[in-house]
Design a protein around this ligand. Structure first.
Ligand SMILES: Cc1c2[nH]c(c1CCC(=O)O)Cc1[nH]c(c(CCC(=O)O)c1C)Cc1[nH]c(c(CCC(=O)O)c1C)Cc1[nH]c(c(C)c1CCC(=O)O)C2
Length: 407
């Protein structure tokens, strides 16, 4: 029991406390209404790994024809996108490039998102692809890569012999590529669910080629010499690159990539036998290890495209790798490709980029014929390789409309 003398004092203390509490509550409420945070009200920053775990964190997808085509589900219309759809054929891209170096654009999420968005403002495309380059992986491994105007990528200190593998800095690579994840996450918000967003990577053999040749090469003679002269070092390099590619793709999916494309753009330099023994095992492992790692982390998998340019000789083998979609170059007829892969894979492609220089009428006819040959089921329209810099912009409009009109 409280003594009668101290009772008024306790009462006064209680009243004062309650009054203070009410005043503080009113003060905080007033500040919140004014938009002023009276104390740190922001939730702690969400680690990148958690950002996209629930796709509900991002705006809902309005056009999912690309994803449905990849999964073999019915589509409203044949989805179409174009490899290198953000690029030099667009004056607004040239404008950004006039002010910023190529890798600065890649490394600055605002700039990467701006150029990713550019083709979507002009054309009724069914997909976007994050602006970056396949050579960011060699760069993150410590190999200098420069983008020389009119020349293309230059690696001034290529790998010369097996001892140079020591130069590869394999720790912290994905941390150094975090800017790609940041661009992907920013882009998912910017897209507002308009179309799905592709992430991508170069495949190990293609990356190995650039790292040994020191840039693009007509013959790949040095990289091919490695395969015969240094078989063990070649395999070690391919293994290192495969591991990095897997972790890089895991990071991209976590950041919000809804589909992935693996570019084996230099498969055309390999014989069929070499493609099957050098390239394909890496491509298979990328798929298997990626799915396992995503499952381990409770992250839903996304559909994947395998684009092995110049490896149309091995479509049957490619169709057994588990990739939902196979990208075709223009050297194969759509009906022939379908015959070789069977009904359970989606095909993507395959207009000759050179056809984009034809008259609008001729181009439209070519596209209509192509799309009708592929059919509406399990098909994604695209070129058979990247769009070239001099392509008339109008050809893109004609291409996209013809795809959507065809069926
Ligand atoms: C082999 C390859 C590279 N990069 C890429 C590949 C695989 C695809 C293919 O086979 O075409 C992939 C790539 N490169 C680029 C993208 C952007 C996304 C897109 O819109 O498709 C993608 C998907 C931007 C780029 N990458 C590059 C440019 C143009 C360079 C510039 O802006 O100065 C763009 C828009 C430079 C690049 N980067 C590379 C080369 C050979 C070149 C020079 C050739 C060229 O200029 O087109 C390496």
């Amino acid at each position: 029991m409280v003594e009668p003398v101290v009772r008024p004092f306790v009462m006064r203390l209680l009243v004062a406390f309650l009054a203070g509490l009410i005043a503080a509550t009113l003060f905080v409420a007033l500040m919140v209404r004014q938009g002023i945070a009276p104390f740190e009200m922001q939730p702690p920053p969400v680690p990148l790994a958690r950002i996209s775990l629930g796709s509900d964190d991002f705006p809902a997808l309005k056009n999912d024809n690309l994803l449905r085509a990849a999964r073999g589900e019915p589509v409203d219309r044949v989805p179409v996108w174009v490899m290198r759809q953000a690029g030099r054929y667009l004056p607004e891209f040239q404008e950004v490039r006039a002010k910023h170096d190529f890798f600065t654009v890649c490394r600055t999420p605002e700039l990467a998102c701006e150029v990713t968005m550019q083709p979507l403002r002009r054309f009724d495309l069914d997909a976007s692809i994050i602006f970056s380059d396949i050579l960011v992986i060699p760069q993150a491994l410590g190999i200098t890569v420069e983008m020389k105007p009119g020349v293309g990528p230059v690696l001034p200190e290529p790998l010369v012999g097996p001892a140079d593998l020591e130069r590869l800095n394999q720790t912290g690579t994905i941390e150094r590529l975090k800017y790609v994840g940041e661009a992907i996450t920013m882009m998912r918000r910017m897209l507002e669910g308009k179309v799905p967003l592709f992430g991508f990577t170069g495949a190990p053999w293609t990356l190995m080629g650039y790292m040994i040749e020191g840039g693009g090469s007509k013959t790949m003679s040095k990289a091919k010499a490695w395969l015969t002269d240094h078989p063990e070092a070649s395999q070690k390099l391919l293994d290192i690159l495969t591991d990095q590619v897997v972790d890089y793709l895991v990071m991209q999916v976590k950041a919000g990539a809804q589909m992935l494309q693996v570019f084996e753009s230099s498969a055309d330099h390999l014989s069929k036998e070499q493609f099957l023994s050098v390239s394909l095992p890496c491509l298979k492992r990328i798929r298997v290890d990626l799915l396992r790692k995503l499952a381990d982390e409770g992250v839903p998998a996304v559909p994947m495209v395998l684009f092995a340019k110049g490896a149309m000789h091995s479509l049957a083998e490619q169709s057994e790798t588990g990739y939902e979609v196979l990208g075709l170059d223009w050297t194969i007829d759509p009906e022939e490709a379908r015959k070789q892969v069977g009904p359970n894979v989606t095909l993507q492609g395959n207009l000759d980029p050179q056809d984009m220089y034809k008259s609008p009428e001729e181009l439209r006819e070519l596209v209509l014929t192509m799309v009708r040959k592929f059919g509406k089921h399990r098909y994604i329209a695209n070129l058979g390789h990247g769009i070239t810099p001099q392509t008339p912009i109008e050809s893109m409009t004609v291409l996209v409309k013809a795809v959507h009109d065809a069926l």
